[in-house]
Ligand binder design. Structure first.
Ligand code: SF4
Ligand code: SF4
Length: 451
């Protein structure tokens, strides 16, 4: 079997123990707290007030200008309050708190489509995706409508990113097995919007059941007879295979220049769950109001994959998974390589929450290792972006951000492969993040001084 891969990267212990567990639905939470900013771009403005009755899928926040899409109620019930709370990275965000009536009463505006895909225009699809509030569910959180629009006339293929290369996370794997046909349907909608005939489902070779299932589904859809080239590409299991730059290089040999997007080299990439959301929005008129979350780690009594209404709390999820076996040392949203540490179990699940991981001190290597760089070169050998992470970290430590910029710090995709492989335990990627932040701030200050 032909497999595709990229240069560099690393083989991680996969810990995909939840891959065999069918997705369960979280019982209706008593209330949800829905942030009005869940993606890159402008924050939405609340269009409901405390005391209002809302229906499932009803718009509760809108963005009138700039990059952004609406926010929808994920339950039916009554708006209790609009409060400001910090999100996972500490930014204060307005949240609409809704007391759930448990009725799951859908908003009357939601209707299934009555005409076929061939009759849909690009702008119509872009608008459907925007109105449905869909942003990248792989963690990047870029609004999908804007991504589609920016790829018009540039992309010659659409790639569905089904790599799910972070350890522990299996939400996409379960989606491919349980709703593979919806992922393919979403791929076809995006292909139609862009007027391209080639669509690729890129799956790592640690998911043979999903590869077989998708191939079977593709055969049934008879793409060749419809003039479409739809296929499954088997990717070698290696981290960070799901990074867009590595995916594009592995599949096409094209390199994305620093500061450019996959569409600039002819590729439009959507995450598997995003593709499913596009299909549901296009065919059934459904906005994005829930997602699948993997709950795992050694502190969780019953790890699971759970479909969760957006705005339900991490605490609700943990309770549904049987609670904790011990107090976690670290709580992470996302994967262990690129996720963020959480401090508040009341944090709501948002569009980017692919996983909630709860680890004891036994999994915390930061406290057990830390010495100066021993110049072994492992971080350089494994960096998928072919950078010199050791030097970047040293320049960041010294506050020499100009040198870090000259050494291409902005090309770092923050995958954490360097830190993972460092025998000295240098938290390389954290230093590089600091350098990137300082470089961005310097560039913004210079731009402001020019105006
Ligand atoms: S320098 Fe950046 S891109 Fe390279 S391995 Fe480290 S985090 Fe990944
Ligand atoms: S892996 Fe760690 S010890 Fe080795 S060169 Fe890189 S920073 Fe230094």
């Amino acid at each position: 079997m032909k497999t595709y891969t990229f240069r560099g990267g690393t083989h991680l212990r996969e810990h995909k123990e939840t891959a065999a567990l069918a997705t369960e639905r979280l019982p209706e939470p008593a209330s949800v707290s829905i942030p009005l900013s869940q993606h890159i771009g402008a924050h939405a403005r609340a269009v409901v007030r405390p005391g209002d009755t809302v229906r499932l899928g009803q718009v509760i926040g809108t963005v009138e200008q700039g990059l952004g899409c609406p926010v929808h109620a994920s339950v039916s019930g009554t708006v209790r309050a609009i409060v400001t709370r910090r999100n996972a990275v500490g930014t204060p965000i307005q949240n609409v708190v809704i007391d759930n009536d448990g009725q799951r009463l859908w908003d009357e505006s939601i209707r299934a489509r009555e005409t076929g895909l061939s009759e849909a225009t690009t702008e119509e699809i872009v608008e459907v995706v925007r109105q449905a509030g869909i942003s990248g569910l792989g963690g990047a959180t870029f609004p999908t409508y804007a991504k589609i629009r920016s790829a018009v006339g540039k992309a010659d293929r659409v790639i569905v990113n089904c790599a799910e290369c972070e350890p522990y996370l299996t939400a996409n794997h379960r989606l491919l097995l349980e709703r593979g046909e919806i992922v393919i349907s979403g791929l076809e909608v995006v292909m139609h919007a862009l007027g391209v005939k080639t669509g690729i489902l890129a799956v790592e070779d640690n998911k043979p059941d999903a590869i077989a299932h998708l191939r079977e589904r593709l055969r049934k859809r008879e793409p060749l007879e419809r003039g479409l080239d739809l296929r499954v590409a088997v990717m070698k299991t290696k981290y960070p295979q799901g990074d867009e730059r590595q995916l594009v290089y592995a599949l096409t040999g094209r390199e994305i220049p620093a500061g450019a997007l996959p569409a600039d080299v002819g590729c439009m990439i959507v995450n598997a769950e995003t593709a499913a959301a596009v299909s549901r929005a296009f065919w059934r008129g459904l906005p994005l109001v829930s997602r699948i979350v993997t709950v795992a780690g050694d502190c969780v009594r019953q790890p699971k994959n759970v479909r969760v209404p957006l705005g339900a709390s991490v605490q609700d999820l943990i309770a549904f998974c049987g609670g904790l076996t011990q107090t976690p040392k670290k709580m992470i949203t996302g994967g262990p390589m690129m996720g963020y540490a959480l401090w508040d179990p009341e944090t709501p699940v948002v569009k980017s929450t692919s996983g909630i991981l709860l680890f004891s001190a036994a999994y915390d290597r930061i406290n057990t290792l830390h010495s100066p760089c021993i110049h072994c070169g492992r971080c350089v050998a494994h960096c998928p972006m072919h950078l010199m992470p050791n030097y970047l970290a040293q320049y960041a430590m010294a506050g020499d951000y100009d040198r870090a910029r000259e050494m291409d710090a902005m090309s770092c995709v923050e995958c954490g492969t360097c830190s993972y492989n460092c025998p000295a335990g240098v938290e390389i990627v954290q230093y590089i993040r600091v350098a990137k932040g300082a470089i961005r701030a310097g560039a913004a200050a210079q731009a402001a001084a020019r105006t």
